[in-house]
Ligand binder design. Structure first.
Ligand SMILES: [Zn+2]
Length: 296
């Protein structure tokens, strides 16, 4: 779903200003462009670098968060897109070479400091999260940032509205995972989606059909379909205790929690459209309701 050419209501910035006619990518913007632009909302994709089975790249979550962000933010006035945070909390996949994780505590600090700095120039920040293991850090960071009076929000890349045409499974585009294991862990947080057994996250949790289809749509040359085989296919709620105790590799030697069989680029494009529509709705809500004035 394209949001192109839809100005944010109430925004009086000239359409000719650099931020006035498109969502800027901050990485390539110049500071005067940002200073002069309307600056209503900063969007930060949040992903992971973790094993996604033998067939998907390690940065799958990051790519999905970036892609949905780019699609939903296209053409939105005053919406800036930050580079992604590409390493998150993925301790559950630590037994697989290639995974890199900074853990929940460090990620929480990163998000808090990012939110504090972003608030110098943006009235609000939205995290677009593509990895379920990041949820505890996000929740902790947003709680503190909000207590400090900052406008910070999160949107999770999850399919909640049913399967794509032809599929008989409930689908989710976000891992239904559990908090990263920490050597000094004293808390045993469980993401809200995990606690909710009605959540669509309970099926096709990781590197299964949903993520494989989406990656076939986004980057078909980076998907090794010949290596795409089922992993542990029991619902995540049934294996949660084992996952938390021993990590993913003990439960699923190939790293897949789900079954990528039947994945297709066409299905992936449908899923991307659903995700983009959902984020588009969130962006519209945020940019039309109650954002504070732009910091000077
Ligand atoms: Zn993933």
């Amino acid at each position: 779903m394209s949001a192109a050419h839809r100005p944010a209501p109430g925004n009086t910035a000239s359409a000719n200003t650099p931020l006035g006619n498109t969502a800027p990518t901050l990485a390539t913007a110049r500071w005067p462009e940002v200073e002069q632009g309307p600056r209503r909302l900063l969007v930060v994709p949040l992903g992971s670098l973790e094993q996604h089975g033998p067939h998907l790249p390690l940065d799958t979550d990051t790519r999905i968060a970036v892609a949905v962000t780019a699609r939903a933010c296209a053409g939105r006035t005053g919406v800036g897109v930050a580079p992604p945070i590409a390493i998150g909390a993925s301790g559950e996949h630590a037994d697989f070479p290639g995974t890199l994780s900074i853990g929940t505590e460090a990620l929480t600090h990163v998000l808090v400091e990012l939110g504090r700095h972003a608030s110098l120039y943006w009235p609000a920040m939205l995290l677009v999260n593509g990895h379920g293991g990041n949820v505890p850090a996000i929740n902790d960071a947003l709680k503190l940032l909000r207590e400090e009076g900052r406008q910070c929000h999160v949107w999770h890349a999850a399919i909640r509205s049913g399967p794509p045409a032809g599929a008989d499974m409930e689908v989710a585009a976000q891992e239904m995972e559990f908090p990263a294991r920490r050597a000094n862990a004293t808390r045993r947080e469980t993401p809200a989606a995990v606690r909710d057994t009605r959540s669509p996250f309970v099926v096709d949790a990781h590197a299964g059909r949903v993520e494989t289809s989406i990656m076939l749509a986004l980057a078909p040359n980076d998907v090794r379909l010949e290596a795409a085989v089922p992993g542990e296919t029991r619902p995540i709620t049934a294996i949660m205790a084992e996952l938390r105790a021993h990590g993913t590799r003990r439960v699923s030697p190939n790293g897949v929690l789900g079954d990528p069989t039947g994945s297709s680029a066409a299905e992936g494009e449908q899923l991307l459209m659903q995700l983009t529509a959902a984020l588009d709705k969130k962006l519209t809500t945020l940019t039309t309701q109650g954002l504070p004035p732009r910091p000077s």
